[in-house]
Every structure is written in C-alpha cells, then in structure tokens.
Design a protein around this ligand. Structure first.
Ligand SMILES: [Zn+2]
Length: 217
C-alpha cells in the first residue's frame, strides 16, 4: 500500500485543504435586469409585499385548487338508500313480496326494512355487508330491536355457525373504507338496483333517480 505523503507533508496538505474550504465561494454574476428587480423589491413597502403575496395566492388558488369533493357522509347516505333497496328487492318474488327473516311475515319489499344482524352502532364496518343484512318488518327491526334470537337462528340455518362466528369477529374490526371504496360500492349497487327495477317492474322514484343521476358514470 503506497503512503502518499510523509506525516509532515500530510499535515501541510490538510492545512491547505482547510484553507481552501474556508474560502468564500465566488458569487455568480448577476444580470443587470435581475439587479434592477432586486433593487425594486428592496424599495417595496410592507403593504406592497402584502398586496403582491395576496395576488400570488389568488393566482395559485385558481390554478391549483382541486374541485370540491362530495363529503363522505353524503356518499354513505346515498349508498344506504340504494343498498337498502337492493337488500329488500333481491329476495322478492316477481310480485315484489318476500318474508321478514325473523318472524316470517310476508310483505311487499317497499314495506319492509333493511335489518342488520349485527347492529350499525356495534359494527360500523358491517353496515354494507350483504350477509349481515336482510329484509325485516318494522316490528322486528325497530320495536323488537332486531329480534335478536330468531335472527341468530336464521343466520345459523342460512350460513352455518362458522360463517356467523367469522362475521361477528369481522364486526369487531375498524372499517378501512374511504370515499373511494364507497364510491365503487354505490356504483355497483346502482347497477344491482337497476337490475331489480327491471325484474320487478319498478320505476325509480324522484329521490332514487336523483341518486342514480348523481353517481352513475
Ligand atoms: Zn318480523
């Protein structure tokens, strides 16, 4: 291995290096135009600076501001309407009749409700999960608060105990869905709703049509 310098030489070189580094770097030459601009700025008053800053902000806002997005609560509200229709219409016969899953009462889908097996307040992540939602009558869903024991029996019979246990575990998780996921869901459920409309010969009412127009691509 070659030793480039003696100890004394190395020290001298190191000292030279330090000196070189300490030298101020030459300032790049400024054009006359730039100099004049800078001189102008130096003469500006505070109010002139404020005015210029406001103008720049205004310009940036026009160029860079994103269009306002629909708030998440709005998407969820619209999805809830369409989702509920699909839950009640899908199991109906061609005359539009189906049963309450907990008491067996037969009624038209428009008179039934979207009943959650695990309630919305307990499992927000399962609000739009199909196996957690079925048609129920007003009495079972509201007055009997879901009619829990018959609902449990219905779930075990339809899906089996393992699936129901998994669903209950799933309900303990936090929902990771954001606006993007809900938007995909609403588009999908609008499609499903329109299929049911055709099958059951239902014309969307004003409220339903408004949601369709808002979200359908
Ligand atoms: Zn019922």
């Amino acid at each position: 291995m070659a030793i480039p310098y003696s100890k004394e030489q190395s020290t001298r070189h190191a000292a030279k290096d330090i000196k070189e580094k300490a030298k101020p770097k030459p300032i790049p030459k400024m054009s006359e135009k730039k100099k004049a601009e800078l001189e102008d700025w130096k003469l500006w008053t505070v109010s002139q600076f404020k005015k210029a800053s406001k103008e720049i902000k205004k310009e940036n806002k026009q160029v860079f501001e994103k269009p306002k997005k629909t708030p998440l609560t709005d998407i969820k509200k619209d999805l809830d309407v369409i989702y509920s229709l699909v839950v009640r219409m899908s199991p109906s016969n061609l005359e539009g009749y189906t049963n309450c899953v907990t008491c067996g009462k037969t009624d038209h889908w428009s008179k039934l409700q979207n009943g959650h097996f695990i309630k919305r307040s307990i499992a927000p992540s399962l609000i739009f999960t199909r196996i957690n939602t079925h048609p129920q009558c007003l009495r079972c869903n509201v007055l009997l608060e879901g009619n829990r024991i018959p609902y449990q029996r219905f779930m075990w019979d339809k899906y089996g105990t393992t699936v129901v246990s998994r669903l209950e575990l799933e309900g303990q998780k936090k929902s990771n869905n954001g606006a993007f996921e809900y938007q995909i869901m609403i588009e999908e459920y609008i499609e499903l709703f329109l299929i049911q409309c055709e099958r059951l010969n239902h014309t969307p009412n004003q409220k339903q049509q408004k949601i369709i127009n808002k979200w359908k691509q």
